[in-house]
Design a protein around this ligand. Structure first.
Ligand code: G6P
Length: 615
């Protein structure tokens, strides 16, 4: 998704801008650009990768002590150089703008500005901002005021950074619904949509709030808020020291970030559960200092999430109902936010998100609060994210930065966290004997080693992957708590290999999808040795009898034998509640190896973004 970097410093800011864009690359984008100021505004844009922009900037010797830069993920208008940011306006009052998010009233604004004589050269909503700011700048002759007056007219959720040719010593930034932060450095001041973009220059960050507009020069900054006063009231915002890890973003010995992240899972799960490893018992305080009180008032859960995080919620639903005896609903955030659900004030709302910036998840959570839900919990991988700041309780999945667009270690650490939540709630509701609690702590301590052992099947999975590369479709089957794991397996395969894959609850097979089964349709089945194994075996027979080719991930004790058209990879013996986490690993490896064989862009699959900060 779009990324923003802005800088004003003593020296040339081009290296800071480009480094920032490289660090934001993982979010997904289709074009990139920058403007630097050196007597005049120098703009460089490309539809290629940031590496291409680096080359162009070098060739054109673009430099300056202030600049703004952007990676664009197309929403309005195709990915093209013409639509790439920054967008500019004006001749005498020339200004440049980069923008994340969406301007909802851009069509009406465009018509109005065109009537005033502004000429549009792109299809973007962003160009409206450039002309509108230029328009107000003519009246006010002050860029900060011009930005404040402009945002009063813009509807939507967005973050912008603006600079002006005649004042090359400052940049103006504004936040309204999309993340934006300031970085305060020794050599200058900076702005970005994500803290990781600025780690090379500073760790001192200010997270802007809704309606904040800030002016930065190389030594100073000031912030005003425009929510109640269109010209802005001065406000103070706290400075935080970021503790994001710098090194965690390097690829190390791996070929892809996704590969690195799959193999980091034992460590990521261990970090996430660290507090439990040394504990004698499980305490609600792990979720926040008020968790005990809130959990004892809670009679049910509502989980809101998108994509892979939604699948984690579906697994948790089985755990929460079975182990803690708690009713749990799981909803796709983009659906929930536009329904009229009935709120129960005693329902704990749980937002699950890797990034903590997914627009639909944030909006669904706010909506749930508005409807009357009183308490919320974030399960999130980014400590400095909007989601974490929006909830009463929080639990960090300490997976480290996840760069590959297809989520892997974030998912398994979300599952580990949700299992811990389940056990905590079960204990508080007297559903867990002391002995059972000790068994659970032991099982959680064993989880990193168990994940490591699931990774061992990689060579066998790689052999299967060769057969998948030629296929156009695949079916994934699971039952019970492994049905969402089948959904996640299908999602991974389609995201990175572009093979059309669908998951079904195996019992649903004969209600439709069986019609698709022939020798060209690989059918992947998850076959743990649980109470549904007998039922699943009958479903597999249905596929086998129709000439389908079965690829079964079985537990060592599942007793499924290989035969013609029935291939089996065995994991360790059945791991009880941990089983869905362990069965996820081979499915990630399958998607990864199929994508490798197909030569797709594993870490940045086409059309997808890592953090979806627009609706
Ligand atoms: C995007 C990503 C997915 C992710 C989803 C939700 O679609 O490509 O990998 O699962 O957003 O993201 P979140 O950060 O909220 O977990």
């Amino acid at each position: 998704m779009c990324g923003i970097v802005g800088a004003v410093a003593k020296d040339n800011v081009v290296p800071v801008l480009l480094e920032g864009l490289l660090r934001l690359e993982y979010r997904g984008y289709d074009s990139a650009g920058l403007v630097v100021s050196n007597n005049s505004l120098h703009r460089v844009r490309t539809t290629g990768r940031v590496a291409e922009l680096v080359k162009l900037v070098d060739e054109q010797q673009a430099e300056g002590s202030a600049g703004i830069a952007h990676t664009r993920w197309a929403t309005h208008g195709a990915p093209s150089e013409r639509n790439a940011h920054p967008h500019v306006s004006g001749e005498e009052t020339k200004i440049a703008v980069v923008h994340n998010g969406i301007i909802e009233n851009h069509e009406a604004m465009r018509k109005r500005l065109q009537a005033d004589g502004y000429e549009f050269v792109s299809d973007t909503d962003t160009e409206v901002i450039a002309h509108l700011v230029a328009h107000h700048l003519k009246q006010t002759a002050d860029l900060l005021k011009a930005v404040c007056l402009s945002i009063a007219e813009l509807q939507g959720a967005y973050a912008i950074v603006v600079m002006e040719e005649v004042r090359p010593d400052r940049i103006i930034v504004a936040r309204n619904g999309a993340p934006l932060l300031l970085g305060l450095g020794e050599e200058g001041n900076y702005a970005a949509s994500d803290a990781s973009a600025l780690l090379k220059v500073t760790r001192n960050m200010i997270y802007l709030e809704e309606g904040d507009v800030a002016e930065l020069d190389r030594d100073n900054y000031r912030i005003v808020n425009c929510l109640n006063d269109p010209l802005g009231e001065p406000v103070e915002r706290a400075v935080h020291e970021s503790d994001l890890s710098n090194e965690a973003i390097e690829m190390g010995p791996y070929d892809h970030f996704m590969q690195k992240e799959i193999f980091e899972q034992p460590g990521a799960v261990a970090n996430t559960l660290e507090m439990v490893f040394n504990a004698q018992s499980i305490s609600p305080n792990l979720f926040g200092s008020t968790a005990e009180k809130i959990f004892s008032d809670t009679d049910s859960l509502l989980i809101l999430a998108c994509g892979t995080s939604y699948h984690a919620g579906l697994v948790a639903q089985y755990w929460l109902e079975t182990v803690a005896g708690m009713p749990c609903n799981v909803e796709i955030a983009s659906e929930y936010r536009y329904r009229d659900p009935v709120a129960n004030p005693r329902t704990l709302v749980v937002g699950i998100s890797q990034s903590g910036e997914t627009a639909d998840t944030l909006a669904a959570l706010s909506y749930a609060k508005k409807l009357g839900h009183q308490h919320s919990l974030a399960i999130c991988n980014v400590a400095e994210s909007a989601l974490i700041r929006q909830t009463d309780l929080r639990f960090l999945t300490r997976a480290g930065p996840e760069i590959g667009v297809a989520s892997t270690k974030a998912f398994t650490t979300q599952l580990a966290s949700l299992l811990l939540l389940t056990v905590t709630l079960a204990k508080m509701r007297n559903k867990l004997s002391v002995e059972h609690e000790q068994q659970m702590i032991k099982a959680l301590r064993h989880l990193p080693a168990a994940v490591q052992s699931s990774l061992q099947v990689e060579p066998e999975v790689a052999v299967w992957a060769e057969r998948f590369s030629e296929k156009h479709h695949a079916l994934f089957l699971g039952r019970g708590v492994h049905y969402p794991i089948a959904m996640e397996g299908a999602l991974k395969l389609k995201e990175i290999s572009y093979i059309h894959a669908e998951a079904y609850a195996a019992g649903e097979l004969k209600h439709g999808p069986l019609a698709l089964v022939d020798s060209e349709m690989p059918v992947v089945a998850i076959a743990p040795n649980d109470q549904l194994l007998g039922k699943l075996k009958s479903n597999l027979q249905e596929v086998h009898a129709r000439g389908g080719e079965l690829y079964v991930f079985a537990d060592a004790d599942s007793q499924i034998q290989e035969s013609e058209n029935l291939h089996v990879i065995r994991l360790a013996e059945h791991a009880g509640l941990l089983s869905p986490i362990l069965h996820t690993i081979p499915l990630q490896l399958l998607a990864y190896h199929v994508a490798l064989n197909k030569g797709t862009d594993v870490d940045k699959p086409r059309n997808l973004a890592k953090a979806v900060t627009v609706e």
